[in-house]
Design a binder for this molecule. Sequence first.
Ligand code: TZP
Ligand code: MG
Length: 212
Amino acid sequence: MYNKLQYISQGNTVEEQITNIRKALDNGCEWIQLRFKTQNTMDLFNLAESTKILCDVYSANYIINDNVYLAQQFEADGVHLGLTDMKISEARQILGDTKMIGGTANTFADIQQRFAEQCDYIGLGPFQYTDTKENLSPILGIEGYRSILKKVKSKKIAIPIYAIGGITLENIEILMETGIYGIAVSSLITKSEKPKKLISQLNEKIYGSVTI
Ligand code: TZP
Ligand code: MG
């Protein structure tokens, strides 16, 4: 069974990133997506390696955003690919069948395509506005999720779908009721002053809800 909670890392420097990743792991998060926007190869290598070590220590699932070769080189458990990143099929050829490949979707058509390409899970969003990501796709809102998940169900597309973008404790229940499998959050955990309590509340809400 896939974990239902993913922490998407945040931070402008390697140090900030590591602090935030450690914060998520230390407080009970078992799945990290390393997301770091830099062109500095040494920083990327340092971060990918340190995150690998940390995730191994905590037995956490480790995936890397965008960069398939980095994931391969640092033995991550997989990658997460956006709509304009490498194609899922190409990533699959490079990483093989044992690695996890996640893909972003903003529409039902994106989900259909990514499912056909044998993606392992989908990050569907954004739910609402967030300043964590630039160039956001159109915001879906709760109605967007309801309508997309209805189509997913009726077409019997069996793939774990995670809600992403501006998720807070307050909107998890209504999101889970649409049939999503789990959630991916960044600032909620990064900015939390009581991360242990937050992550336990998140898990309670996510695992306590109805799923497909
Ligand atoms: N892709 C769509 S929204 C988003 C990404 C990476 C950021 C989600 O971050 P937050 O802080 O949980 O809104
Ligand atoms: Mg990307």
